[in-house]
Design a binder for this molecule. Sequence first.
Ligand code: FAD
Length: 502
Amino acid sequence: MSYGITHIVVVGGGTAGWMAASALARVLGRQVTVRLVESDEIGIVGVGEATVPHIKLFNNLLGLNEAEFVARTQGTFKLGIQFRDWGRLGSAYIHGFGVMGHDVGLTPFHQYWIKGRLAGHAADLLDYSVNTVAATRGKFMPAPTDVPTNSPLGGIGYAYHFDAALYARFLRAYGEARGVHRTEGKVRHVELHPESGHVAAVVLADGERVEGDLFIDCTGFRGLLIEDALKTGYEEWGHWLPCDRALAVPCERVDTPTPYTRSTARESGWQWRIPLQHRTGNGYVYSSSHIDDDEATAKLLANLDGRALADPRPLRFVTGIRKKAWNRNVVSLGLASGFMEPLESTSIHMIQMGISRLLQLFPANGQMDPVLVDRYNAQTRFEAERIRDFLVLHYKATARDDSPFWNDCRTMSIPDSLQRYIDLFRHSGRFFRDADEMFGVVSWVQVMIGQGIMPSGYDPLVDQMPEEDLPRFLASVRDIVSKNVDLMPTHQQFIDRECRAP
Ligand code: FAD
């Protein structure tokens, strides 16, 4: 059977464009041509420097060498995200990737922890995971291949921080080496087939027509094909995620890089801190209804570790999703398909998932079969809604009442789907992840507990363990985790040894 699609045109050369072009060339390169159009004059958004562990699957698909990838993007390793001042002023917790504690049969570890905590003999939850203990102690190494995955070291999960501009350059070199044909130019006009309404070609400022069978819209917030040309529509979620602006600024690195992203809740939003080898990335994500741009700029600059290396760059966004990510013969990826703030570093992940979903549902015989398109769109929406709920949880579950912003967040209504998750967890710490949703039980539990949602009960299966054994069990897990972290090199030692930037 043939795909019937021979020319794929990727419009846009930011992270989304080059990720898509690279993966399509790698997987379908024998059957299709991949052409990428980008405008140097418009440039790329140039933020997006923290990732989640799934990116390793994407890198594996491309066949990238990790050490080279990290070195060439000035990258560092990320064991999780530290959230400061979110649940209440002065609080801090880490959403760590990887395994937490030690599950007993069908019962997840956190249930034992809850029972121990309610009885007053369990330490902080982050003491029971290698990821979170290593993060706080500045240690890093990947899980060794020769230890079982249910051992503490075997359960390490990690992602990367990298320089977005270097990442785009890295992927461009990769894509071009595998046959992606790059055209520099500004799209002036999108030409539609008079009958089908499909995109026939994009017309560049110099008059060149670039025809294709399938178009991937990676033109950023504007959505040149999916919105300007096809009028697909956008569903806004600003009533649940009120931040609508960001300021991004790099600063000098003053210390060894932490193996985690930091997110600090501020009076009217939150500030990110992303450690790289050569600098630290920072940004303030805020609600323009609660703070003006000048004040936000001052707050950001007053809270940097080192000297700012540029002026803060303003970005505006509307949180939500495109009503159809795939419409006719256009698939939108990246900012063109929607946006949610980078609180849990989900955007690059969603690009990656969009690419793999497209490959799994790739049309045969050139037909944009509604069965495939509808499935793609339904799955994209499901994924986005579950991520949205996870982000909303951070804002809703707070005791902060020190500013109008936090009062609004604390008292806002939330999606029913999130309320159901919170109610079940509050009842007895139980949690069921919807199939295929991005974040797993360990992530949800860490954030729920970290934000101050303490269950009033626990799963009665825990009582199978004799009462007197529970404190010993909890203490031994904590002790083993700590001893395993002792064996790990520091994050800086690991980088110096394995992947120091040239
Ligand atoms: P862009 O980078 O904007 O690229 C658009 C491309 O389209 C450019 O090449 C441009 O030249 C081209 N283009 C546009 N119009 C035309 C035209 N008329 N003709 C020709 N070419 C055109 N994601 C994460 O995963 N982790 C993070 O930590 C993170 N942090 C973020 C922080 C902020 C403040 C923001 C706003 C986003 C963040 N993101 C993050 C999201 C991430 O930056 C994006 O998902 C990612 O960069 C993809 O962008 P893009 O390629 O869709 O768009």
